[in-house]
Design a protein around this ligand. Sequence first.
Ligand SMILES: [Zn+2]
Length: 150
Amino acid sequence: MGAREEEIPVLYINDAHEKGDKEFEKWGEHCLKGSLGAHVVDELKPKKEDYIIEKKRFSGFYNTNLEKLLKDLGTREIYEAGLVTNICNLATGLDAKMRDYDVKIVKDAVKDLPDEKYNDNEYFFSRLGPLLGFEIVDTKQAIKEFKGEI
Ligand SMILES: [Zn+2]
């Protein structure tokens, strides 16, 4: 059970970079538009009713149609899952907060970088996220909220 069963829109916001993207200077070439890296893995394959937004920067709002889509969908709250907690989830969540959306981070459905030097989900969940006004939930709570049980 999840969002789709409750007719809650599911949006995929994926990196899809052009060759020579400025972001590659820091992160190396990744997720080239049309490549396997920019493709959603089969286990998470979008359904026909889902939305796919291609982005070229950390935030899903930057130079995309996300803002218009959320407005058209009548969105008030956003549940974030996916990668990378302290980069793209953070940037997109901040941009959503700046547009007055309620942001919930689904803690067992996000992942930080594998490099321990930068991996700090605990800090994000216990301090940074709440400081920025994000609500930290888990998938069980999110599903109950989708069903209107809490
Ligand atoms: Zn990227």
